[in-house]
Design a protein around this ligand. Sequence first.
Ligand code: GDP
Length: 401
Amino acid sequence: MRVFFIGFGQAGGKLVDMFLAQDRKLGSASFRGIVINTARTDLMGIKHIPMEDRLLIGQTMVKGHGVGTDNVTGAKVAADEIDTIISAIDRRGTHDVDAFVVCAGLGGGTGSGGSPVLCRHLKRIYREPVYAVGVIPAPEEGRLYSLNAARSLSTLVNEADNVIVFDNSAWKNDGESVKSAYERLNEEIVRRFGVLFRAGEVSKYGVGEMVVDSSEIINTLRGGGISSVGYAISEAIPTMKGGKPVSKKDSGGLLSGILGKKEKRVEPHVDIASGEDKSAKIIGLVRRAMLGRLTLPCDYSTAERALVLVAGPPSELDRKGVEKSKSWVEENIAGVEVRGGDYPVDSGYVAAVVLLATIGDAPRIRELMELAKEAKEEVVKSRERSHTAMFDDGGVDPLFE
Ligand code: GDP
């Protein structure tokens, strides 16, 4: 799929920077994008996006210093400068894109406020679908972050065609601060979504036996609401050359970088697998992807639709395995629409991605809404306890009204 990414705010900008860096590393041209911020220093921290594709907005209002955690101002700035934003997107070229993906951390100010505004306008202007990748904050980041994320997310689900959620708290390790985990979390996000959004693009191995094209991703996400992504990886059987296995280093690979090498749960292979084994391996991998840690932990049985994608060296891809995996996913989700296919890549690993779309229940979202409600009540109470309250009922007249 050819994707136009827009990174809004600091988290969104860093993610889009990484998506585009990954694309460049692969020598591919599937992804393009721009980044937008109200803080000049955040834009300067971007590494792989040319200066002309970094847009500073809200200069008259916040003078390049950012909106802090005020997402209402974030939304206002975006609305005021929507023409400048759309011109920057147009300048980068939109005629051949299949979808827009707006990335943002929903707990802050710029991305949290700006991304729903941008999605609304993109949807009005372009025919292509507009998706959001929204990062939700860990409760430890504070109630204001939860309140911001709850307000942003509940607006975003009405403005974007689908919101794929990543939960910072589900992915950081115990004892680790969210900030110190950013880089690792971002790698996880970009790896999963990179494989997903790249599906259907021609690799150097041509197209797969069971191609997933962009219309299938679009149809899977068609129901709107929120979605989550599962991922699992396993070592591929070494390619044989002259009766000897070619080492993974030698086999190098276009996508080995994408699929990732450091995954702890890699299952080593002992034997060269038969067709049956290949199929069983794919089914096992897809089950692990769906039952393992999702970008947003949720009850997968409430998903309306799903997409199963198996990426790996052509010798490992197996039509029967993909078909059986799709049936297994279909038995386990609420809806009956499960799409799927394979994506041949040059890699020492096989990866399965499961997109669970339009989820009916996610405890973390309910918790977020609850935290936000408490935070809102707290704001009202603190207003009532304002520093001028002690002067209000003293019966003393002010000097002038
Ligand atoms: P903005 O610049 O005002 O849009 O706000 P930020 O993007 O800095 O932060 C908003 C939320 O995103 C907070 O919950 C942060 O924890 C989270 N966040 C910031 N940077 C990153 C990042 O690099 N990765 C991840 N996963 N989350 C981030």
